[in-house]
Design a protein around this ligand. Sequence first.
Ligand SMILES: Nc1ncnc2c1ncn2[C@@H]1O[C@H](COP(=O)(O)OP(=O)(O)OP(=O)(O)O)[C@@H](O)[C@H]1O
Ligand SMILES: [Mg+2]
Length: 505
Amino acid sequence: MISARYYTVSWIGERVIADIRSAVYGRVMLQSAQFFETLQTGEVLSRLTGDTTLIQTVVGSSVSMGLRSLFQFTGGMFMLAVTSFYLFSLNLGLMVLLIIPLLVIGRKVKKLSRESQDKIADASAMAGEILNAVPTVQAYTQEQRETQRFTDSAEASFITAIRRTRVRSALTAFIVIAVMGSIIFVLWIGANLVQGGSMTGGQLASFILYAVIVASSVSTIAEVWGDIMRAAGATGRLLELLHAEPAIVEAKTPQALLQTGKAKIQFDHVTFRYPSRLQIIALDEITFDIAPGENIALVGPSGAGKTTLFQLLLRFYDVAQGVIRYNGQDIRQLSLRELRNNIAIVPQDPVIFSANALENIRYGRPEATDQEVMTAARSAQVEEFIHRLPEGYQTFLGERGTRLSGGQRQRIAIARAILKNAPLLLLDEATSALDANSEILVQDGLDAAMEDRTTLIIAHRLATVKKVDRVIVLDHGRVVETGSPDELLKQGGLYAKLASLQFAV
Ligand SMILES: Nc1ncnc2c1ncn2[C@@H]1O[C@H](COP(=O)(O)OP(=O)(O)OP(=O)(O)O)[C@@H](O)[C@H]1O
Ligand SMILES: [Mg+2]
């Protein structure tokens, strides 16, 4: 019987937690870039694991105990009422008085529980960030300081946890004393009744027995109540994640993207500020058209807003004013899935997943055959180094690609984008980490991919964009020049200045 109850309740607990975890994770996946600017990954992890575990303990064990005690309590109360209704009513009156302080303390436990879970999350957020940067920490010999920071943070969560425990112990003590007190009081009255002859000794004895059962179940219920309040604090944190609305909202009835073979892109008076830095204009009244199949270079000083343009095209953020059009359609009218499926990007800092080379490239198109993956790998000059790795394409690349050089990571990312074979190709400093020789080779592969495809290339090294149809020069979030590389050189503006600085070397 006990084991059956234990099994059932634990099963429910595990089930509930697995469902909550997936739901929360799924919700986090939908959030837009803005969300991750403020929430740290360690914090999300702590909610996914710590908070859910807490809830699981409550559902899986406390509730089981609580249910049993609730039965005992109801049965005990019933028998008390049958044995002596007068004494029972007295007892009941006293118990009702107990409920109010119980609720107040319970709320306090809930608040403190939330605080202590927040503190734990702070500590894991910090650990998460630092663990990703251990080499830098060690290079600057900051190990001790980082350990101290973590210790302080752990200490802070200890202190709040202890405050919570103190309040809970007070709750338990209060219950026990109050219940004992009321029983003794009622017994005293009962003893008087027996003396007065309106109650028999036997009746009083059975009353005492039932009272003890009720008292013990009440103290268990109080414990469970404390647990439930504690879990309620954690639930609040999970619900916040579960109810978080993505900042990027899809159109209710998204239009299908007009398939034109090659992508046509229009920026129409686009002005944009990052939500986390509203006082600075990142892009200011940007207007330009990119014809289908055109190859465009985006050039400009660091911080000019080049990467921002890509982020807007992928709709990681929504523009404040103006419109971005893909094949003539406002990108906000398209489903995010459709829009992003039609864009391949090599980001400024490429991401490598902890899998082998083959799977990392296949991320661009999960249904691609090994043969297709290898063709893409060849164009991106991945093959050149992959064959030197111990297990070739099957070589595990380490978490975040730690087992590759910077240029090798870039080539994997390029292969991934080539494999995706989308009508619009975005390259953000895609070959910046390559040596001149590899760069020329990779460029050949890219040229083939760019040939009949609309391509936007961000490059600091102007030599790599000599062959593009048109250059758009950005400065401080504005378009300052456009034209072919040769025209711009002759104009003697910002492009010519940047070029002269580079080619003079
Ligand atoms: N997430 C962000 N929140 C707030 N401001 C941002 C964010 N990302 C970029 N910025 C700011 O927006 C401006 C443009 O940044 P962007 O990344 O587009 O520059 P960039 O032209 O790509 O520069 P680089 O050549 O150095 O990569 C910069 O001033 C930068 O500080
Ligand atoms: Mg950039």
